[in-house]
Design a protein around this ligand. Structure first.
Ligand SMILES: Nc1ncnc2c1ncn2[C@@H]1O[C@H](COP(=O)(O)OP(=O)(O)OP(=O)(O)O)[C@@H](O)[C@H]1O
Length: 370
């Protein structure tokens, strides 16, 4: 019996691919394996009226790609699509999707490649849309897990919000589909992986790098706030990099679309604003606080209120117990920006507009890398 929550009759089903991955990444193509699908079809039928499923799917012939981990990678010219082919295919895909807004996706539309990572509720694979050869990241979430942890509403909210956002620094959710057991999210592929890994690798970033990332985040958050979306969980693990090193906000799991103040305490402790720690009503300004935390972490390698115990972190946040180590050597301008964001009174925090005008950003952010 399918649960009611995943019946997105009013959801957007989108595929308007605006950016191209030009890397022509070699895929590890797995064996195609026919599935015994009677159970799958039964459940699909129960969802059919809501989701308007593929008419052409034949009983017993639904196939899925299985991952051949360790299989040799295939890197023939055919598997390294060139720019012109990609552009032509992209145009074709867009016009197809525009001409048929009810384009339905299934696992058959994708060749599955290497695993990209594992999250709390599923796995992410590199994948390529068969016809256009467009590279995407396919996030596979098991419905069982979703129901077990009762994150139906959170996931649905995350998907709706992410699919509605269009910004160069926000990871695109191109669309989704599902089968009896799994939900598949078709995500923009961020070739550079997690920003967190870069931070761990280098210890901390240069002022130019840090300012460029903060400027990218600021414009993305200004866009979100304009659409009444508060992210509430910006941290290096939720930030990905594309093949040009451009930052992408990737995880909207705790985001909320609201014009009124919120009360849910959420996010990750080190990044929480005092009003959230105190479980008070909060608004957009929690994201501005987090920008201050991130700016500090980018420059010093660790968040400012990190402590041995959670209760100490709470106390340090509440006191705004901020200090700047002598190493690495960080400019006075950067410290000024951080101090003007990590302000307990949320109404006195620097606005996103003013962040972009701050001398440290103006001097250091590299517009060509934003
Ligand atoms: N679009 C993408 N492009 C490239 N790599 C990705 C992409 N999405 C996810 N990944 C990789 O897969 C990993 C797991 O992603 P996923 O979103 O499932 O986990 P997560 O960030 O821990 O989120 P959650 O907390 O929701 O489980 C990420 O840490 C990242 O390394």
């Amino acid at each position: 019996m399918e649960s009611e929550w995943f019946k997105p009759k009013h959801w957007l089903r989108c595929l308007d691919l605006e950016s191209l991955d030009l890397m022509g990444f070699p895929l590890v193509i797995g064996l195609r394996k026919s599935l015994e699908v009677s159970t799958l079809l039964t459940s699909l039928c129960s969802w059919k009226s809501e989701l308007d499923l593929n008419e052409g799917e034949e009983a017993g012939k639904i196939q899925r790609e299985t991952l051949a981990v360790g299989a040799p990678s295939i890197s023939s010219p055919e598997r390294r699509p060139i720019l012109s082919l990609l552009v032509a295919n992209q145009v074709k895909m867009i016009s197809q999707s525009e001409g048929n807004s009810k384009r339905k996706w299934s696992i058959q539309d994708f060749e599955i490649g290497k695993p990209l990572g594992k999250g709390k509720f599923g796995r992410v694979y590199l994948a390529r849309e068969v016809k256009s050869k467009y590279m995407v990241a396919l996030k596979i979430i098991f419905k069982e897990q979703v129901e077990k942890y009762r994150i139906q509403h959170q996931l649905r909210r995350e998907m709706e919000i992410q699919a509605s956002l269009r910004h160069p620094n926000i990871l695109r959710l191109h669309g989704w589909f599902h089968d009896s057991q799994r939900i598949f999210l078709i995500l923009e592929y961020a070739n550079g992986g997690e920003l967190y890994n870069q931070l761990r690798k280098h210890g901390h970033f240069t002022e130019e790098q840090a300012a460029t990332y903060i400027a990218s985040l600021t414009t993305a958050l200004a866009y979100c706030h304009q659409k009444h979306v508060i992210h509430r969980d910006i941290k290096p693990e939720n930030l990905l990099l594309d093949h040009e090193g451009r930052l992408k906000i990737a995880d909207f799991g705790w985001s909320v679309q609201s014009r009124s103040k919120r009360h849910t305490m959420c996010g990750t402790l080190d990044y929480l604003a005092p009003e959230m720690v105190e479980n008070k009503a909060h608004d957009y300004a929690v994201d501005n606080w987090t920008l201050g935390i991130l700016c500090y972490e980018f420059l010093y390698g660790a968040p400012p209120f990190e402590s041995e115990s959670q209760s100490d972190t709470f106390k340090r946040i509440m006191k705004v117990d901020l200090s700047f180590p002598s190493t690495p050597n960080v400019s006075t301008d950067a410290k000024n920006l951080i101090s003007r964001l990590l302000v307990k009174d949320s109404s006195k925090r620097l606005s996103l507009e003013k962040i972009m005008e701050h001398p440290w950003i103006v001097k250091n952010a590299n517009p060509s890398k934003k």
